[in-house]
Structures are given as C-alpha cells and as structure tokens.
Design a protein around this ligand. Structure first.
Ligand SMILES: Cc1cc2nc3c(=O)[nH]c(=O)nc-3n(C[C@H](O)[C@H](O)[C@H](O)COP(=O)(O)OP(=O)(O)OC[C@H]3O[C@@H](n4cnc5c(N)ncnc54)[C@H](O)[C@@H]3O)c2cc1C
Length: 435
C-alpha cells in the first residue's frame, strides 16, 4: 500500500479522532467545572441511594452518563465520576447500564450517615403490625414506592382480625400510600389514608412545575397498569386524582399523624384531628418530614405554604418569607426576581450574620446585594404575629406592623421521621456508604 492509499484511510480517521477528542475534552472540562461548583456550594452529599464508581473497573464507556437523566455523573480523566451528588435521586439506572459492574449503589457516605429502618421482606418492622413502604424504607422512586405500598397490603391482609375500628391506617398519600390504598381496596380491608398536605402526590406534588418524571410501567391493584415512562408532574397528579375519583379511595387531607401507640391488639394512631384504633399501621411518609408551623392565628389560610414550588405564581404579589436558612433565602431571592413582587424576608437573628448564619456564603452574599439594591426587604429579630386574608401583622424588634400580603412561605425547618421511628421502637441502622 503506497502513501496515497494509506492517506485515504488515515485522513478521515485523523479527522474523526480530532473531533472525538475535542468533544470529549469539552465534556470533561464541563464535568470538572460542575464538580468544582458542587464542592464550592457544599452540595457534596447525595440525599439517598447513590452510585459509588470503582475507577479500577470503570473503562469509561459513558453508558452510566447517558443513563442518568439528572446529569449527576460526568466523565473526568476517562472515568465516570459522581459530579453532582445532590442531583442523584437514586433510581440506579447507572448501575444497571454499566457493562463492567463498576458501580455499586450505597446509602449514606463516610461523612453523612443515612438512617434506614429495619424492615423484613413483608415490609414489617420489628414492631409487630407496624409496616413501612416507599422512600422511608430506603428505596425511593415512584414506581418502586407504589408497588411496595400495594405489596405491604398483601402482608397486612394476612394478619388475624381484631376488634379495632380499622384493619390499617395508611399514613401518607405519596406513591407508596396510594399504592397501599389500592391494595387495601383489593383486599377489602377497613382502611383510611391520612395526609398532612392539602394534596396527594407526596414528593411529586413538590416537584418544580412541568418537571418530567422518569418512571416505568407498574401494575397496581384494582386499576391495572400505571403506564407512564416519562410524564409531567401535572399529568401524573391528574392521573392519581382520576384514580381517586374512580375508586373512591378514603383519604383525609390536612390531617397529620402525630403519634402511634401500641395497644394489646393493634395501635392507636393519634392525628392532628382524631384518634384511630387500628390493627396495623403502614408508614408511607417518605423522608422529607413534617414542616415546622408558625402556630399563629390565620395560618390555616391557603396562602400559607411551607415550600416554594413555583416562583412565577407570585408575580405582582406581596410575599412574606419566614426563615434564615438556605431554603428561606433561596425562596425569597427567587420570588424577588419575579416581575412586580414585593418580598419581605423575616428572620429571628438580631443581626445579618446571625440571622442568616445557617445559609451558604454564596446565598448570603447574593441576599445582601439584593437587599442593598432594594429588591427585597429584610426584617431582623422578626416574626409573623397574625395572618389575615389580605394582610399580615409582623413583629420586628419592639415594633409591629400590618403589611399587605398575598402569600407566605414558611421555611422554618421541620421534624424528620427518624427520631419518631426510634421513639416508637423501630430499629434503625445508620449506613455510611454501604449497601
Ligand atoms: C426533585 C425530585 C425529583 C424526583 N424525580 C423522580 C423521577 O423522575 N422518577 C422517580 O421515579 N422518582 C423521582 N423522585 C423520587 C420520588 O418522588 C420519591 O421516591 C417518591 O415520591 C417516594 O414516595 P413515598 O410515597 O415513599 O414518599 P413521598 O412521595 O415523600 O410521600 C410521603 C407523603 O407522606 C406525607 N406525610 C409525611 N409525614 C406525615 C405525617 N406525619 N402525617 C401525615 N402525612 C405525612 C407527606 O406529606 C407526603 O405526602 C424525585 C424526587 C425529588 C425530590
């Protein structure tokens, strides 16, 4: 083969290699920047099940990167790396796609342990008659949670009868609680679902507007297949609401489970409204806990919420945000950036450093700049005293004022499920980066 023949093959090969290496370098640079940004912002701890990638086994095929719609994994120096740990939602598609078994899915990290309750294959805890399904048990995801809920009902249906008013109280109306309710209907159990929020859907209800959820078809009792693969938050919630209409699922909104006490033949579930005697309890409460309330008159008005879901909904409104942590600061700044808003941020500390000491430095700097530019108003040593239809009475220092108000976002922390589980005697393991 002479030099001309060789060049017919070599030149295209060199051109292809040139573009391939160029694009790979660009992706690696972007991945490295994203990882640096995550570290700077302190966003280094994944919240749930997540991948650990063994660099000795990773051959850099990139299949896990393609499989992760959250963009949590990137390629650095030819190896897959978890570059955006907090984006990971734990569906494990990365591990399933890896051709070289380089990925292990684990709970918690060396630095931050993750509490996982001990649950047997029937979803029962060590407290007999108390069951756990869905994300609280460690495995999240819409499909898995819904099917765990219905499987838990198969086990509960086998419990011997009792003279309680209910066979099972299902706490939580996320995917696990909804799957459980359908299972309860199929087994003709006497059941009730209680939900602390004013809507069903659990974590789905809190997704940003129009978020596309990735899921997979799953067979549910009574209604057949939940057929979605990719579906918007709104469409998914509509589908679940349709199921309630069709099946008449017994569901009480705005009712919070406060305690569960074992009795001789079951439990008493104490809620914010009632006490129920039940043979079994299914906790399908996820891992996000119960937001702390203000405990002031008027808090039950629908304009009071505990998480910012969509800043746009506050356009041209007077909004109060309560809290000094990252979620309050981020909510206040996001709403203040919307057109025509008038935002008051209320924090307890008596000086800026103390009031927002819990927020990330980057958020604090941006907040200061926005407040100096008059984009929002900060009240220190402050709180809400009373909430009315169109106004709210706020206290700051020794002063009080009634200000115009169309919405209140309370970001004052909350109670997480683990202490409650321990208090009622459920054994909990803390996992530090193990399966
Ligand atoms: C931003 C984000 C994006 C996600 N994207 C996807 C995705 O694309 N695909 C996917 O499969 N999964 C996704 N997930 C994960 C998925 O939403 C969760 O794994 C799933 O919703 C867990 O269901 P669950 O029923 O166990 O808990 P949750 O959905 O958390 O529901 C728990 C319910 O219990 C209620 N509750 C809690 N405490 C009490 C109490 N004391 N009394 C009464 N009620 C109570 C809560 O209000 C809530 O409604 C995502 C999660 C997040 C946060």
């Amino acid at each position: 083969m002479d030099i001309i023949d060789l060049s017919v093959y070599l030149i295209p090969l060199i051109i292809i290699m040139f573009f391939y290496l160029g694009s790979r370098k660009k992706k690696e640079t972007s991945a490295t920047e994203q990882m640096k940004e995550a570290i700077t912002q302190g966003l280094t701890e994944p919240s749930s099940l997540h991948p650990v990638i063994d660099p000795r086994l990773c051959l850099g095929s990139g299949s896990c990167i393609k499989a992760c719609p959250e963009g949590a994994i990137g390629m650095i120096k030819g190896k897959a790396v978890l570059i955006n740990p907090t984006h990971c939602i734990g569906h494990g598609a990365c591990a399933a796609s890896c051709p070289h078994d380089a990925i292990t899915l684990v709970f918690g990290t060396e630095k931050r342990g993750m509490d996982i309750p001990q649950v047997d294959p029937n979803f029962e805890t060590n407290v007999k008659g108390l069951f756990i399904a869905g994300e609280l048990g460690g495995m999240g995801l819409i499909r898995k949670s819904a099917s765990q809920g219905s499987q838990a009902m198969d086990s509960i249906a086998k419990l011997k009868g009792s003279n309680n008013d209910y066979d099972v109280i299902i706490v939580g109306a996320g995917p696990a609680g909804m799957g459980a309710a359908l299972g309860a209907i199929q087994h003709k159990l006497r059941y009730l679902v209680i939900e602390q929020e004013s809507s069903l859907g659990g974590a789905i209800f809190q997704y940003p507007r129009n978020k596309v959820a990735m899921t997979a078809p799953v067979k549910l009792p009574v209604v057949g297949e939940m057929h979605f693969k990719e579906v918007s938050k709104e469409r998914l919630l509509e589908w679940w609401l349709g199921i309630i209409e069709k099946t008449g699922i017994k569901l009480n909104y705005n009712e919070r489970m406060e305690n569960v006490t074992p009795t001789d033949n079951g439990f008493i579930v104490k809620t914010s409204k009632e006490e129920y005697k039940t043979r079994a309890v299914l906790l399908a409460i996820g891992r996000r806990g119960t937001p702390r309330k203000l405990g002031v008159p008027g808090e039950e008005l629908p304009k009071v919420v505990y998480r910012l879901i969509d800043p746009e909904q506050y356009r041209n409104m007077h909004v109060i945000v309560v809290g000094g942590g990252d979620s309050a600061v981020e909510a206040a700044m996001a709403v203040a950036e919307e057109q025509g808003t008038n935002v008051s941020l209320l924090a307890r500390g008596d000086e800026f450093g103390k009031a927002f000491g819990g927020a990330k430095p980057k958020n604090r700097d941006k907040l200061k700049a926005m407040s100096e530019a008059g984009k929002l108003k900060i009240y220190l040593k402050s709180g809400v005293k009373e909430i009315n239809q169109d106004t709210a009475v706020i206290k700051f220092g020794d002063e009080e004022a009634e200000i115009k108000n169309d919405g209140i976002i309370v970001c004052a922390g909350g109670t997480l499920p683990t202490p409650f589980l321990k208090q009622i005697g459920v054994m909990v393991d803390t996992k530090f980066g193990t399966t």
